[in-house]
Design a protein around this ligand. Structure first.
Ligand code: XMP
Length: 509
């Protein structure tokens, strides 16, 4: 699918790290369309965009080899903004001096604004911004104006010929004062029209699906999550009964989930066909203990079951709720580490013999939610806590068996009941139980029992990129522990996971 409507185009060149998505999302919050590209991909795109942003990145400008793409960006004649590493790179290629900072700055940093015209319009004399750097721009390029300075960054922001800008700090991070103001100033100077409204695209997305599928039949792999539901709703509008929503029950869903999804989607007019394939999943998972291997097995079996079902239904197309971060993360990116293999992404299609239809592949989650609301998605569905595609398999350490899933499911239900019963769920990103592979001694009745250890994970997060353990009231934690050990005979101990992300992830596997 080509780039969706509107005429604004902002290109973000991704130099690694996790900054590019955040910048792209902020640009969209500023109502301009943004796209992420690797330095190599960017080459072919420079000509067709309104503005270019060079992202931060983990390397030093002296170790990496991105000078040529930075020069090409400058020479394209388009407005360019460099952020952190991008700022240093621009300074370097324009003839400024970049070297070790007299005082590396990490976290909240005070910056003095020297010139509040242009990029820093509306900024006060001093602001607190978020920085993370060892090198700094020590001298501005010839002909550039220094806009801001800090103790560790003599040139914390600069402007060159009213068209090229650099900032050492991260305006995309919410802790930076005026981050959106700065980005908006840049985009206004660059003359990028404010024309990005995902809701306006419903008509063209429906049209796109209709065009691709023609008179064919499509299955939609639905999970009850926002993305797959919105994709299926769009496809239903486009195809009517030629869209068949399919829900594969792998036997790894939390308690009540299958019934809940079935009811919620039926209410939306897309009742799913439930395919019970749990025996097959459990038999294929026998003996598999490695977390990545588990995900791969589940992904493979999921694909097989889906293909068979599509064949039975005579479908040639598969509608998937793939969203923009999935597209970027699923490996189109050289040099990016796979942190986890997300089974609802990539890998599946080639062997399926189905043509993929991904109407949401250009959108971020919050944009999908906006589209969903327009299509009548209830807040119950929009606010639903994410459940990983592989379900409880990633919450059972070691081999996944029916018996262990039964225990994990019961513990998970207790965590949910207690958190929701105490009215705490609204402020939380996720809350669940993990059946660990650790064992611990306990006493039940008069008997010594060597049972399972269950870990409780309750986190607060804005976007799952970072998270921290919630400081739950002690009484709630105690109640969870006493109910889990009291109601599940096989569990002798409950621990609370207080690790932040990073360094931990939210899920255990
Ligand atoms: P991590 O564990 O990477 O999780 O900190 C971040 C968020 O992603 C969810 N998650 C998944 N979602 N398929 C999904 O659709 C998956 O395989 C998967 N693994 C993790 C996780 O629940 C958290 O909200």
């Amino acid at each position: 699918m080509g780039r969706p409507g509107g005429s604004s185009r902002v290109l973000i060149i991704d130099f690694g790290g996790q900054y590019a998505h955040l910048i792209a999302r902020r640009v969209r919050e500023a109502e301009r369309w943004s796209q992420i590209a690797s330095p190599a991909e960017a080459r072919g795109l420079l000509g067709g965009v309104d503005a270019i942003i060079l992202s931060g990145g983990p390397s030093s400008v002296w170790e990496s080899d991105h000078d040529s793409i930075a020069l090409e960006a400058v020479e394209s004649g388009k407005p360019v903004l460099g952020i952190c590493y991008g700022h240093q790179l621009l300074a370097k290629v324009l003839g400024g001096r970049v070297g070790p900072s007299p005082r590396p700055e990490f976290g909240s940093t005070r910056v003095r604004v020297l010139d509040d015209r242009g990029l820093l319009r509306g900024f006060p004399r001093e602001v607190e911004v978020w920085m993370s750097h060892n090198d700094a721009v020590l001298e501005a390029p010839p002909g550039a104006r220094v806009l801001a300075t800090s103790e560790g960054s003599p040139v914390a922001a600069f402007e060159y010929r009213g068209r090229v800008y650099g900032v050492q700090w991260h305006p995309e991070v919410s802790h930076s004062w005026g981050g959106m103001l700065l980005l908006d100033n840049f985009l206004s100077i660059a003359g990028v029209p404010r024309d990005w409204r995902p809701e306006d695209l419903v008509g063209s997305l429906v049209e796109y699906i209709r065009e691709v599928v023609g008179s064919g039949i499509a299955v939609a792999a639905v999970s009850g999550g926002v993305d797959s539901t919105v994709a299926a709703l769009l496809a239903r509008r486009a195809l009517g009964d030629r869209l068949i929503p399919v829900f594969i029950d792998h036997g790894l869903h939390p308690e009540g989930e299958v019934e809940w999804v079935s009811r919620a989607l039926s209410r939306l007019g897309i009742p799913p066909r439930i395919v019970d394939a749990s025996d097959r999943f459990f038999s294929e998972l026998r003996g598999v203990v490695d977390p990545e291997e588990k995900r791969r097995v589940i992904g493979r079996v999921y694909g097989e079951v889906l293909r068979e079902e599509a064949e039975r239904l005579g479908a040639q197309f598969l509608v998937q709720g793939t969203i923009y971060p999935d597209v970027i993360e699923s490996g189109a990116r050289p040099g990016a580490d796979t942190i986890k293999t997300h089974h609802n992404v990539g890998g599946l299609p080639e062997r399926l013999g189905l043509t993929l239809v991904e109407p949401l592949r250009w959108f971020y989650k919050d944009e999908v939610r906006r589209i969903g609301k327009m299509l009548g998605l209830s807040s119950e569905l929009v606010e639903k806590k994410p459940i990983p595609g592989p379900g409880l398999a990633v919450r059972v350490e070691g081999e996944v068996t029916r018996d262990k899933v039964r225990i994990a499911r019961a513990a998970d239900r207790i965590v949910r009941e207690e958190i929701e019963g105490a009215g705490l769920h609204r402020g939380l990103w996720q809350y669940f139980a993990v059946l660990t592979s650790s064992r611990a001694t306990g006493v039940k009745g008069d008997r010594r029992v060597y049972g399972y250890v269950v870990a409780v994970r309750v986190v607060e997060s804005v976007d799952a990129m970072t998270a921290r353990a919630s400081r739950l009231p002690w009484v709630v934690l105690e109640r969870i522990a006493s109910r889990i050990t009291g109601e599940i005979p096989e569990v002798t101990r409950v621990v609370y996971d207080i690790t932040s992300k990073p360094p931990a992830t939210i899920e255990w596997e």
